[in-house]
Design a protein around this ligand. Structure first.
Ligand code: NAD
Length: 295
């Protein structure tokens, strides 16, 4: 049994913490929002009086916050100082690569272990313990983190040194955004050429254009009955989260002077989608904006 501080008990954090409890670990949680604390308490997570309080005596501290500034603020506002030297800090929020590296530097300077371990798989993956973890950090720290990650996830990839878990996450989501836009454009073009959705699906899903954005997240209703298009684009993966992740990709593109024209354009299109009515809709709903010429 490991004693774990789990900080950030929102949509993702609470089900992840519950899986750790179910696996027999001693979890002490904390969040800033009273309603979230109440829900976590009702779900059987003991709540500490602060993040620092939860971290005292913990073997591992897991953070699942909205953005990088929350992580860096918490690390510097007493969290690192409260933990015993050598504590493992697992940072699972989706944050910029440079922020993950800064967080790593602060943790190491304070005498701790640290890995960045962002996830994909959404709330359903968090609930079912089937998340994919992309991990950045030393071999040694990865080995210490692995048994806990295996409780919360199914596919765990050590991507390299500090920050490279976040690097893999932004690269994957850039591919995803570009392919979802390409699939949406193909359906709209097909409509204008007189192609039935099902006919186009039957061809592309068995041909070289095949991809997840088509075969799982098909942006038109019909061909894939479980895709969000069949439930009025209820997410799934919300446009606001895709816009956030592409903002992080853009930071990485600019910091590395990478000539990523498709990635930059995808970031612009999803920023416009999220600023319109797309923030709360599944990101495949961008097809309606493309059809209407709104992005
Ligand atoms: P959320 O907003 O539901 O939860 C984040 C929680 O962190 C909030 O309850 C907030 O009050 C809490 N928090 C912020 N600062 C804190 C602090 N100092 N101490 C304690 N608690 C603090 O967000 P979420 O949907 O659970 O996502 C969490 C992270 O996971 C984000 O970085 C997101 O990009 C990433 N992510 C989300 C999904 C998804 O489908 N929701 C999928 C993959 C990755």
């Amino acid at each position: 049994m490991t004693r774990i501080a789990f900080l950030g008990l929102g949509h993702m954090g609470l089900p992840m913490a519950r899986n750790l409890v179910a696996a027999g670990h001693e979890v002490h949680g904390f969040d800033l929002v009273p309603a979230v604390i109440e829900a976590a308490g009702a779900a059987g997570i003991p709540i500490a009086s602060s993040g620092a309080d939860a971290a005292t005596d913990a073997d591992a501290v897991i953070t699942m916050f909205p953005a990088g500034r929350h992580v860096l603020d918490a690390y510097q506002d007493g969290l690192l100082a409260a933990a015993r030297p050598g504590t493992l800090f697992i940072e699972s929020s989706t944050i910029a690569v440079h922020e993950a590296q800064a967080a790593h530097g602060l943790a190491v300077e304070a005498g701790h272990r640290n890995v960045d371990a962002p996830v994909s798989g959404g709330v359903v993956g968090a609930e079912n313990g089937t998340l994919a973890f992309m991990v950045g950090g030393s071999e040694e720290d990865f080995a210490v983190a692995l048994p806990l990650l295996e409780v919360m996830g199914k596919r765990i990839v050590h991507c390299g040194g500090p920050g490279l878990g976040q690097a893999a996450k932004v690269c994957n989501n850039m591919v995803l955004a570009v392919s979802q836009i390409a699939v949406a454009e193909a359906f709209v073009l097909g409509e204008r050429l007189g192609l039935e959705h099902q006919a186009l699906f039957d061809v592309v899903s068995q041909a070289s254009g095949q991809c997840w954005s088509l075969t799982t997240n098909c942006p038109v209703p019909g061909p894939v009955p479980t895709s969000p298009a069949n439930r009025n684009y209820q997410p799934g993966f919300a446009g606001a989260l895709m816009a956030k992740d592409l903002g992080l990709a853009l930071q990485a593109i600019e910091q590395t002077s990478t000539d990523a024209k498709m990635g930059r354009l995808a970031q612009e299109l999803y920023a416009a989608f999220a600023a319109g009515d797309g923030a709360g809709r599944d990101f495949s709903g961008i097809i309606t904006d493309i059809r209407d010429g709104r992005v």
